[in-house]
Design a protein around this ligand. Structure first.
Ligand code: SDX
Length: 436
């Protein structure tokens, strides 16, 4: 709860000769906020901020982004240090609890997640209701939403024990559900999780093992995917996280809230950009066609945008994109892929765009989605699985932010207002008297 400790003076709004003061609160890092919760009561007016470009919807201690400096901190730790030195479940524990775990705590957390990786046998029936060519994100929205029907013992959001079980179930089952969506789409049998494998190796095996032949994940490839998952885990109040918070503010159960987050993430302007960015690189096809697409991206009459470029917050290089680009090279090197045409196109596209006045002036840099597609495809995933992998990792951030919201005394049901510019009050006209 924003306390008076953060209070630093007031801001005054003046209109028609009448002035009203509102408290100002300072942040640990980043912009201060004007507390305008009483604005409508005191002035009879709303603020107007479509897209929430200047609106803080909540107080949070989880993730900090400095868009101008290209800084991303998870509970104060820089993303590149975590990607380099940590692993998925340790960072998951950090996001959920605020501190890095000691050995005993870590083992207990790992064991709890491992014990929740399997899904109810009946859940498999949901998959057979989809066509084989259903987009895996459509399956994820449906199956994750259905979890509410299987786990009634962890849907009471007011019970801390039930919230904890739901949190561990979500994190543990997402890889299983995601791997099942992939297997279903390619007509292969589902593969059970194994308790002797770490989180990411388990996921890779559930995707790529088959009944006739087991799969052992190459350490370099699994480490790279684990790093990619860390990069995608959380990102402050982005569209899908805000969707999860808004859904949760009504008291909806966590499984339904995560399903809402998956739906929002699917959009090409958000998490769907990794799939769209790879499709764009394939459409460009070769370095000599890059200028044509750069011009299209700058043409206001053309809806084409450089997918994987630009960001609402980052007006500098996305720190995740730097780590992503290195992971991309590491994976291609480990696979002995010397000539990846799409990587050549991506690197030349980045070079040209970063020198082009339009992109420089609008501060458009590569974001996390620019290099992820090439890497995930090299790891063996089809394009339509890219956003599923994003959702798998982001589930940790969603559930951490949802948990923070549930216990925040400042939070109440989210219910924005509007500026109405429609028809003034008018009376009903009988059909025989209407003239259009
Ligand atoms: C993610 O919020 C998050 O944190 C998201 C995310 C996370 O981890 O949760 O980081 C993940 O979603 C990354 C973003 C992935 N999306 C894309 O790569 C899609 C392509 N990017 C754009 O659609 C766009 O940059 C957004 C949606 C990411 C940001 O849009 P904004 O902040 O609303 O900015 P805008 O659309 O107002 O653009 C500002 C200007 C516009 O020109 P003008 O109207 O000012 O003349 O920049 C232009 C835009 O036309 N512009 C682009 C562009 N992105 C913005 N022009 C060409 N290509 C682009 N990619």
């Amino acid at each position: 709860m924003i306390s008076d400790l953060n209070k630093s003076g007031t801001v005054t709004f003046t209109r028609d000769g009448k002035s009203v003061d509102f408290p100002v609160y300072t942040a640990t890092h980043g912009p201060a906020v004007f507390d305008i919760r009483s604005l409508y009561k005191k002035t009879g007016a709303f603020t107007f901020d479509p897209g929430f470009t200047s609106t803080a919807s909540c107080e949070s201690k989880i993730t900090f982004i400095d868009g101008d400096e290209g800084i991303l901190l998870y509970r104060g730790y820089p993303i590149d240090q975590l990607a380099e030195n940590s692993d998925f479940l340790e960072v998951a524990y950090l996001l959920l609890n605020g501190e890095l775990p000691d050995r005993e705590t870590r083992d207990r957390f790992d064991n709890s997640i491992t014990m929740h990786t399997m899904v109810h046998e009946q859940l498999k029936n949901f998959y057979s209701g989809f066509r084989r060519d259903a987009h895996p994100m459509a399956i994820m929205v449906g199956v994750v939403g259905a979890l509410s029907a299987f786990y009634h013992d962890s849907t009471d959001i007011n019970d801390p024990k039930q919230r904890l079980i739901a949190t561990h179930r979500m994190i543990a089952k997402m890889p299983t559900i995601a791997a099942m969506a992939y297997k279903y789409s390619i007509g292969q049998a589902f593969v059970f999780p194994r308790n002797d494998l770490d989180y990411t190796s388990n996921f890779m095996r559930m995707c790529f093992a088959v009944g006739a032949e087991d799969y052992e994940c190459d350490k370099v490839l699994c480490d790279a995917l684990d790093k990619i998952f860390i990069l995608h885990m959380d990102h402050e109040q982005n569209a899908s996280t805000s969707t999860v918070r808004l859904a949760g503010s009504s008291g909806a159960n966590p499984f339904a809230c995560i399903a809402a987050g998956i739906a929002s993430l699917w959009g090409p302007a958000h998490g769907g950009a990794n799939e769209a960015a790879l499709n764009m690189l394939e459409e460009i096809g070769s370095v000599d066609r890059i200028p044509e697409f750069i011009e299209r991206a700058k043409d206001k009459n053309d809806s084409f945008r450089l997918m994987g470029f630009g960001h609402r917050v980052y007006k500098n290089y996305d720190p995740r994109a730097k780590v992503m680009r290195k992971a991309c090279h590491d994976v291609l090197d480990a696979l002995g892929v010397r000539e990846e045409p799409l990587l050549q196109v991506a690197m030349e596209l980045e070079r040209i765009a970063l020198e082009d006045e339009y992109f420089v002036e609008k501060k458009l840099y590569p974001n996390i989605d620019f290099y992820s597609g090439i890497t995930l495809r090299a790891l063996g995933f089809p394009t339509d699985m890219f956003t599923v992998l994003f959702a798998l990792a982001r589930t940790v951030g969603w559930i951490a932010q949802w948990s923070e919201m549930i216990v925040d005394p400042d939070q109440k049901i989210g219910r924005p207002r509007q500026i109405y510019t429609g028809e003034a009050k008018r009376d009903y006209i009988p059909l025989d008297k209407r003239r259009l």
